[in-house]
Design a protein around this ligand. Sequence first.
Ligand code: SF4
Length: 360
Amino acid sequence: MRPAAGFFDRAPFILFWETTRACDLECKHCRANAEVDRDPDELTTDEGKALLDEAKAMGCPVVVLTGGDPAKRPDLVELVAHGKEIGLHMALTPSATPLVTPALLEELAEAGLARLAISLDSAIPGGHDGFRGVAGSWTRTFEILKDAKRLGLTTQVNTSVTPFNQHELETIAEQIAALEIELWGVFFIVPTGRAADSELLDANDVEAIMHRLASIAETAPFDIKTTAAPHYRRVLLERQVERKEIVGIADEIGRAPRSVNDGQGICFVARNGDIYPSGFLPVHCGNVREEGLTATYRDHPFFKELRDTEALEGKCGACSFRRVCGGSRARAYAVHGRAMAEEPACAYVPRGYESAAGAG
Ligand code: SF4
């Protein structure tokens, strides 16, 4: 499922729909500032189905039902079944709570759920439970993953990497390899919602972690993707050039498809229908009940700016990797207050940039 050039101007590759903000966990870094109760202004079942229909009609292939905890919605299975029926690849990110019973997983599998993603933030129970704010969450994570595998579901583990758990990545990788998961999503925190500045990694730490992930990926039985860190693609390309697996960076960039980024392949719909370029970039651009998803994604000036590589500032603007990377626009916005500013968590310095920057 590789998008063609120009695809991201017409449709997101992945639509994240925050089906609810309700959640029984109290995660320290929660983007959604989740609460216990559901918001009465959430999209209804019919509105949710209409959103899925619109996503399909505009060409979006993948929808991730997220939250909060989507398992808090009683119509969850119905929504997954509808998405599957109209040809969407439906994924789900429930919270690791007792709500995700084997019976619910079985219903989801029958409804055609394509992927179940669940969070694991530490190799040890205390570390994970402290991060998620509820005792027993680590154990539930493993139980849910095992139940999902037993039912034949494709599984993904998501890990938020912070200064506190970064040393555990290799151990976590070993644990999830034993669970036979398909994908490890490593999220580099953006300071939005409850995420505190103390959870942020500096650019050099991020660089070192990305190289460790690339090393893990060489032998791991699962794929690795990063979230809010498109410069992982730059790291992979540089390593390939170093090993002479590709001729040169310029050749590779000419052929490589763009990575998804905020507003460029990614779109986020909040529980009440509000539309954002991603869940980590809090610039409100429209609502599915009013302007609609298609018009907002394709035509809102902020979405268009985010897709304009030439509008990138600082070293991202000067970087030969900007078309395959572009840096996290959400982190640039959170740290610099400007979405097109340079990515603060990237250690790469484009050739010749130092002197130009120094002159400026
Ligand atoms: S400078 Fe910007 S575009 Fe270049 S690799 Fe770093 S984040 Fe990506």
